[in-house]
Design a protein around this ligand. Structure first.
Ligand SMILES: Nc1ncnc2c1ncn2[C@@H]1O[C@H](COP(=O)(O)OP(=O)(O)OP(=O)(O)O)[C@@H](O)[C@H]1O
Ligand SMILES: [Mg+2]
Length: 478
């Protein structure tokens, strides 16, 4: 195939200043590998999000006008309930360095909320970005802030102006915090510093002045139906108008040190810079995960809540398509924000979404329903697997919990059977099965005699037999 030639100026090497970002940006196969640690199977979905993620970074490398023309390919994840859609989103959030928010589309349909709140997800995204950038800057200035805070603690213990040999009246807080070391030569600043660094005075009490804004004692709520934007501005104005005041507090040195570090960090961070950087990140690498998108699909009827659901889609449209949203940090353009939607689409199909909406989500990925073998792997393989969770819970009672391989087989079999025979709720079935299985033990512990529990296949079969055989019981318990 003939390769398209790119104009010279379009692709260029990342300048040194961006190399950090580059190093942090995972390749698609790395993203999939990270997701594999927590989500079993669903390779198509993992690949789709991994590619979309990497494409954000690829676009960043593009120079010139073309960059603005490259829009993200929004994704819809479709799959039955309990197969890992939300889990993928949750894990994705932790591994991307990009601002990420997850919202339930259904949230916008609640009575009285219709159409009001859609922009709020962009505001949340910006807020996340500000937090992200702030945390990064914090890490850079951490040592500086800590050094400044240490000086302030030493000043507290021994004001710099003090002449070392001043007779009496030198206040050195002692262990009880009350005060004076009468007579005897007070320790020098150097000696205090040594003690402080060694952590010897961590528990001493000091009085520090902490700079804190007076918080309004009432929460401004937008429940009453006023436009959220107005409320947001009002809240912001209020907090600015409130006088900042110095508050004296008695704290241990350790606690005071921590508070002072924060305060010093605040001084060192330039908020305008943080906001500017956060805006760039939000607009260029922000990701919004719209969960439960099937809940805003109406059926054919034209009355009742369905109308409002379509209304919600119409409200979402401009945000997904690209528009400007006012946030308290300024205007945010949503053209290049990536949207990943997910839904079970039990009662509705993606084609029931209004056509304009469908068009905004060109990539459709179906997740597979879980086989017995998948359930078995889900039970033990993920780093947060249920087997590990229960093992840890029992360990808290000093008990060693072990599952034999045939027990795992049996649990997966029961879960799969129940999913087949009643309702398929995917991996969530494992939760109910495991709980029914271990309930007795969970109740009995702690116990002096019981220090080791081995769950084998026979025990599982025996324990769950009664429940599985009786359909009514199954429905209630599992
Ligand atoms: N493929 C999987 N690998 C590991 N764990 C899974 C997998 N699928 C589901 N789970 C577990 O099952 C539970 C439910 O999964 P999740 O919330 O992702 O379901 P969902 O697909 O979003 O379903 P719904 O459509 O009902 O929202 C979670 O605890 C999750 O850890
Ligand atoms: Mg979900």
């Amino acid at each position: 195939m003939k390769q398209l030639k790119l104009p010279e100026e379009i692709v260029e090497d990342a300048p040194a200043s961006r190399s950090l970002e580059k190093a942090r940006m995972l390749t698609p196969s790395q993203v999939v590998a990270e997701l594999d640690r927590f989500v079993i199977g669903q390779q198509k979905a993992k690949m789709a999000v991994a590619i979309a993620l990497r494409n954000r970074w690829r676009r960043q490398q593009v120079r010139g006008k073309l960059k603005d023309e490259i829009y993200p390919n929004n994704i819809i994840l479709i799959g039955p309930t309990g197969v890992g859609k939300t889990e993928i989103a949750r894990r994705l959030a932790r591994l991307t360095q990009a601002p990420f928010v997850k919202v339930e589309a259904s949230r916008f349909t609640e009575v009285g909320y219709v159409g009001r709140d859609v922009d709020s997800m962009v505001r949340d995204l910006m807020e996340t970005a500000v937090g992200l950038v702030k945390a990064e800057k914090n890490r850079v200035i951490e040592t500086k802030a800590a050094a400044a805070a240490r000086e302030r603690i030493l000043d507290l213990l021994r004001p710099k102006s003090d002449v070392p040999s001043a007779p009496g009246g030198d206040t050195i807080p002692n262990r009880s915090g009350s005060g004076h070391v009468p007579g005897g030569a007070p320790p020098t600043r150097l000696e205090l510093a040594r003690q402080f660094d060694a952590g010897e005075m961590d528990d001493w009490m000091v009085e520090v002045e902490i700079n804190r804004p007076m918080l309004p004692f009432f929460e401004i709520s937008s429940q009453a139906g006023a436009p959220e934007e107005m409320m947001m501005e009002l809240q912001d104005l209020m907090s600015q108008a409130m006088p900042k005041r110095m508050k004296k507090r008695r704290l241990t040195i350790k606690a005071a040190y921590r508070m002072l570090i924060q305060e010093e960090a605040q001084k060192l961070i330039d908020m305008d810079e943080v906001v500017a950087e956060a805006k760039v990140r939000t607009e260029n690498s922000g990701i919004i995960f719209l969960d439960e998108i099937d809940k805003i699909v109406g059926s054919n009827s034209t009355t009742g809540p369905d109308v409002s659901r379509e209304g919600v889609q119409r409200d979402l449209l401009p945000v997904v398509e690209g528009s400007n949203v006012m946030t308290k940090h300024g205007m945010i353009n949503t053209d290049h924000i990536l949207f990943v939607a997910a839904g079970a689409f039990h009662n509705a199909k993606p084609s029931d979404l209004i056509p304009e909406m469908q068009g905004r989500f060109p990539i459709r990925v179906e997740l597979d329903s879980l086989s017995r073998d998948d359930l078995k792997r889900i039970l033990i393989e993920p780093e947060n697997s249920l087997a590990r969770q229960y093992t840890a819970l029992m360990a808290a009672e000093g008990v060693k919990l072990e599952f034999t391989p045939d027990a795992i087989d049996e649990i997966a079999r029961v879960a799969a059977d129940v999913n087949d025979q009643t309702e398929n709720i995917g991996a969530r079935r494992l939760h109910t099965v495991m709980n029914a299985l271990l309930e007795d033990y969970l109740f009995r512990l702690p116990s002096r005699e019981l220090k080791h529990i081995e769950i084998n296949g026979a025990y599982v079969a025996e324990k769950l037999k009664g429940i599985v055989e009786n359909k009514d019981l199954t429905r209630y318990i599992l």
